[in-house]
Ligand binder design. Structure first.
Ligand code: HEC
Length: 98
């Protein structure tokens, strides 16, 4: 192994060991969610908190809201504009907010 490939391998290992920080697109969408769900999803009011949900619960909820499988007052419209990739990225991000 050459020194530079050893450095590259170390970098890859280091990167795979940490959750990748959310990109600006995901953070921008998440900011709209937080206007109702509270800063970092920690709502203190009637609207459910998002910080306690697992990634699977979060992603399932959004897909079910989007398809109409789960009844909602507001969330069907909130979820309807987002792609699977955006929902997955939001799930990754919100799962870090414990
Ligand atoms: C206008 C206020 C509002 C906005 C904006 C909003 N939500 Fe919600 N959210 C709600 C309400 C109210 C509920 C309860 C279900 C319902 O009646 O729609 C809810 C429920 C949820 C749930 C289910 C929580 C649980 O415990 O089962 C998830 C997940 C969720 N929202 C995620 C999001 C995400 C992600 C966004 C941003 C894309 C978002 N919400 C934006 C109001 C909002």
């Amino acid at each position: 192994m050459t020194p530079s490939s050893a450095v590259a391998s170390c970098l890859l290992l280091a990167l795979s060991g940490f959750a990748v920080a959310a990109d600006r697109h995901t953070l921008t969408i998440a900011a709209t969610c937080m206007s109702c769900h509270g800063p970092d999803g920690r709502s203190l009011g009637e609207i459910p908190r998002l910080d306690g949900l697992s990634r699977t619960e979060f992603v399932t909820a959004l897909r079910d809201f989007r398809s109409g499988a789960r009844r909602a007052t507001i969330m069907q419209r909130q979820a309807s504009g987002y792609t699977d990739a955006e929902i997955d990225a939001l799930g990754d991000y919100f799962a870090t907010l414990k």
